[in-house]
Design a protein around this ligand. Structure first.
Ligand code: MSP
Length: 478
């Protein structure tokens, strides 16, 4: 059996159309999925939408629609956006799928039967925009620390999950498996907070209806995060997908790390289900140094994003510009600069010069000494560590070496077919390695130079019989 690789994105709230922040995680998952597929793994890439809860109920009401009607209109916007960005996911889960609802009930029942759920009274703060509980000390000027809005004081009957019981087990998990929370600096923060102590978690609400009823008490609706987190597992309960659990990596934004590294493993431990291997939290994007948000700030939607310089340039920019795991700032100018200086001037120029010289002079097979300068092992290691910016740096370093080789060897004067062969064979390696990031550009290059995009072809010499001609320019300068 092939090695499997299961990668997930958060499931997005369909309370509005998707934006840059949502695209980022989904693109990162696409990069990892494509890389693992290239390496022959049996990949399952899951994304979807988080459709229950008070937040969705409220926005549907504002729009004079039922929650289901409302989300049914927005879900296609997410699917269209991912298609436009050339994101090749394997399955799209919706928390309103009956199969998902069944698994949520099954898990809640399991935890209840185990004695990890009890009835109590919740008295405390709740931010509907975050769908999260807060204590007095979390608040900033009586407001939610994230949304800076007035926060609701809740007092209602609620079932509680005995999260406190799992404190030691969670600490053991973090210590035995340092790869469970990545990047490393985030891991320390979580360990410190868990060591301070855990309150039991209110896992049901009675003051609204839009959600999954608790199987042991239908007056109560499941807390939306207990419902949502379960998606990662419920998607593998579909026939034929069982082999993918546990997930290899849950990619998320840093704002939702607590839910994924504390609530989620504790729920799984209680239900007796294997734990995911890694939760990786990336940073947040600002737009021209302003917060991306509908209420206060700027939102850049997917069509605007693509219209600046094309799909592959956005994909390239997002992973080249910022360390995955740290915050970044998006600006149109920065994207255009990288499009012009790196994609057009370096990659585009190399392809166009070499193909036009080959069209005139042809190639002759020889040992490719140039390829020895490509640090393939290092690139593989960087993929294992989610260091996307460094991977692109390495590949573009090699592109520079190839461009210098053209400059130094002057094949337009020497008409040296062997030099041109080395360059064409090196371009093959470059295009294969860039495929996870800029797939449609890589496909164009593969077609032009006549090779298939497979890892083994990096080292397999290019066929000298290939007819290579100059094609349309890959990146028009802006
Ligand atoms: N529905 C929950 C996730 C449940 S997962 C079991 C949720 N949804 S969300 O739509 O609000 O956000 C989804 C993701 O988008 C989060 O990982 C969040 O970090 C990410 N981003 C939202 N804005 C972002 C930026 N400005 N920059 C980077 N990522 C951002 O939370």
């Amino acid at each position: 059996m092939k090695n499997k690789f299961y990668v997930t994105t958060p499931i997005y709230y369909p309370n509005d159309i998707p934006h840059l922040g949502h695209a980022y995680t989904t693109l990162a998952a696409d990069v990892l999925a494509r890389w693992n597929k290239l390496n022959g793994k049996d990949v399952f890439f899951l994304t979807g939408t988080d459709e229950h809860g008070k937040k969705i109920e409220n926005v549907a009401k504002e729009n004079k629609k039922s929650p289901k009607e409302f989300v049914d209109e927005l879900v296609p916007k997410f699917k269209e956006a991912w298609k436009k960005l050339n994101i090749d996911y394997d399955y799209f889960i919706r928390t309103t799928d009956p199969e998902h609802e069944k698994v949520v009930k099954e898990i809640l029942q399991k935890i209840y039967d185990k004695g990890d759920i009890y009835l109590g009274q919740y008295e405390g703060y709740y931010c509907t925009a975050c769908e999260a509980y807060y204590t007095e000390k979390d608040l900033v000027n009586d407001c939610c620390p994230i949304h800076k809005r007035k926060i609701e004081l809740l007092k209602e009957e609620s079932y509680f999950f005995k999260l406190s019981k799992y404190q030691k087990k969670l600490i053991d998990l973090y210590e035995k498996h340092p790869e469970f929370i990545l990047p490393k600096n985030k891991r320390k923060e979580i360990i410190n907070r868990v060591k301070e102590g855990l309150n039991d978690l209110s896992i049901s609400r009675t003051s609204f209806d839009w959600g999954i009823k608790l199987p042991f008490d239908e007056k109560h609706i499941s807390y939306v995060w207990a419902d949502a987190l379960t998606n990662y597992y419920s998607a593998t309960r579909i026939k034929g997908k069982e082999k993918y659990w546990p997930a290899d990596v849950h990619l998320i934004g840093k704002d939702i790390i607590w839910f994924h590294t504390v609530y989620w493993p504790a729920i799984l431990m209680s239900a007796g289900i294997k734990l995911p291997k890694t939760v990786f939290a990336h940073g947040w994007w600002t737009f021209n140094n302003e917060k991306i948000s509908k209420s206060h700030g700027k939102v850049i939607n997917i069509d605007e994003l693509i219209s600046i310089a094309g799909v592959d340039s956005v994909r390239y920019f997002l992973f080249r510009n910022t360390v995955f795991g740290e915050d970044g700032d998006f600006s149109e100018q920065a994207l255009i600069d990288r499009h012009n200086n790196e994609l057009a001037n370096k990659l585009g120029n190399l392809i166009s010069r070499v193909s036009s010289l080959i069209e005139k002079n042809g190639i002759e097979k020889c040992e490719n000494k140039l390829l020895k300068k490509l640090k393939l092992k290092e690139i593989e290691k960087l993929f294992d560590n989610y260091e996307f910016d460094k991977i692109l740096n390495e590949i573009f370093g090699f592109i520079d070496i190839c461009n210098e080789y053209v400059q130094n060897k002057k094949p337009w004067e020497t008409k040296d077919k062997k030099v041109l062969y080395e360059l064409a064979d090196s371009i093959k390696a470059i295009a294969i390695l860039l495929f996870p990031f800029i797939p449609s550009t890589s496909e164009k290059i593969a077609k032009q130079f006549g090779f298939d995009i497979e890892i083994k072809n990096i080292k397999k010499p290019l066929n000298e019989k290939n007819k290579i001609v100059k094609e349309e320019i890959l990146f028009q300068k802006i």
